[in-house]
Design a protein. Structure first.
Length: 214
């Protein structure tokens, strides 16, 4: 049986995570690799319900409650989808994972990286990605891209420039602390260039016998 891999894609809103994830899944399938694309919060029914709640601009949700809701959605996704899929040898491409909570709630909401890390360690049972692709983008450019989308702005996207500046700084710190796992990509490049750069950062995981971290 082939080895399952968990590949997470991170970055600010507007960085192009969803576009990259869809292209990566198609590229892996062309290599005859079983690959599944899931998103956070979401991916399974209960987690999708949480997604509706945390993104609703009409809802007032405190920072700690927000962190716990994301962790709860993540716990369900891990138990119901990620663990079984990885055990079956599939590659899972996940649009956001724990690093998003560290950056958005830990730094953006100023709850602190380590407290948020602890609740997510519990939520995930210690599951870690084999590789994380971080799409680095200037916060202002990311916000401009988000505004160009046809979807209405959600509760988090409506936050201040300072909020997103804190998140960008946190992502940079996380990448510097774990360069083996987190690979930084220039999100200002074209989608095709970002895809090629991403595939280059996954080549070692495609080699026979490369061990999974999760």
């Amino acid at each position: 049986m082939s080895t399952g891999r968990l590949i997470t894609i991170e970055g600010l809103d507007g960085a192009g995570k969803t576009t990259l994830a869809e292209s990566l899944v198609a590229s892996l399938r062309r290599r005859r690799i079983e690959a599944r694309l899931l998103r956070e919060p979401g991916g399974v029914q209960a987690s999708e319900r949480v997604r509706e709640l945390v993104k609703d601009p009409a809802m007032r949700i405190g920072p700690r409650a927000e962190a716990l809701l994301y962790a709860a959605a993540r716990a369900q996704l891990v138990d119901e989808a990620l663990v079984p899929l990885l055990a079956a040898g599939e590659w899972v491409l996940l649009d956001r994972f724990v690093d998003s909570s560290l950056a958005y709630q830990g730094a953006g909401r100023e709850l602190g990286i380590e407290p948020v890390r602890l609740i997510n360690e519990f939520a995930t049972g210690g599951l870690r990605p084999d590789r994380t692709l971080l799409l680095a983008i200037d916060p202002a450019l990311g916000r401009d891209r988000s505004r160009e989308r046809s979807e209405p702005v959600d509760r988090v996207e409506a936050e201040s420039d300072r909020f997103f500046a804190r998140i960008a700084a946190a992502y940079a710190e996380l990448a510097a602390a774990e360069p083996g796992r987190i690979r930084v990509l220039d999100a200002s490049l074209s989608p095709a260039e970002v895809l090629q750069a991403s595939l280059a950062q996954l080549e070692d995981l495609l080699e026979p016998g490369a061990g999974a971290q999760a």
